[in-house]
Design a protein around this ligand. Structure first.
Ligand SMILES: [Fe+2]
Length: 240
């Protein structure tokens, strides 16, 4: 499988490009609009046919580049069925248990809400070494905040324990962000060492941690979320 982990410096966002080695069919996960030229060039250089743009959730901190990939390559944007999308024929909404194929590789959808109500984890069954793209549900030694976009610490605790920690221990986890230089982790590592979500932390203790995080609301959040619900297309303001 072709695999690239790409990084956005401004928002510390990871974008992933995956493709089948034989068919060259590919998917980009959590693209960032500002990196459009870089990502298009890489897709051309690797001679990929981009089939899908997966979103792990409706982001509040950056605008997706999905609309460009839809327009340029006819790729389909994939997002949770819980997102209230504006209509677009290339948008595809998925739910727990759905599967998609990239060449010979099956990708399973797990609903992992809690950071937002639209969070998904995509699990790639790569031989006996699964890869999980957890977005902001589970980060390396951390997790996404739960204080806006229908977030809930109770829900996130359940999602991580029931949908991610039930994957094989050696599953490699690729997060949506990292702020400390980490790139990946495993299910076993997080069960043991995640300060918020190791197996010794109770749901009550987790809620206590999440309720007391000193976090500011991201700037321009409403505008960014509205745009992401349109695949990253600009929001047209009503002249009235
Ligand atoms: Fe997020």
């Amino acid at each position: 499988m072709i695999f690239r982990q790409l990084f956005d410096q401004d928002t510390s966002t990871y974008t992933y490009l995956l493709a089948d080695m034989q068919t060259k069919q590919g998917v980009i996960i959590d693209s960032v609009q500002q990196n459009s030229d870089r990502d298009i060039q890489l897709i051309h250089e690797l001679d990929l046919t981009l089939q899908y743009c997966f979103e792990t959730h409706v982001h509040a901190d950056h605008i997706t580049n999905a609309h460009v990939f839809m327009d340029k390559f006819g790729a389909r944007m994939v997002l949770s069925k819980h997102a209230k999308l504006t209509t677009d024929s290339l948008l595809m909404q998925v739910e727990q248990g759905d599967t998609m194929m990239i060449g010979a590789h099956r990708i399973d959808v797990h609903e992992t809400p809690g950071h937002t109500n639209t969070c998904l984890t995509y699990v790639v069954n790569h031989h006996n070494n699964p890869l999980a793209f957890t977005g902001d549900a589970l980060l390396v030694r951390g997790c996404g905040r739960t204080d806006f976009q229908s977030g809930s610490a109770t829900t996130l605790y359940r999602s991580v324990h029931e949908q991610i920690y039930t994957l094989p221990n050696h599953t490699i986890i690729y997060p949506g962000h990292d702020y400390c230089g980490h790139r990946q982790t495993t299910v076993l590592e997080e069960k043991r060492f995640n300060p918020r979500l190791n197996l010794d932390i109770s749901k009550k203790a987790f809620i206590g941690i999440m309720d007391n995080l000193p976090l500011a609301i991201p700037s321009q959040m409403d505008k960014i979320v509205s745009s992401n619900l349109r695949g990253g297309r600009p929001v047209i303001l009503n002249p009235e």
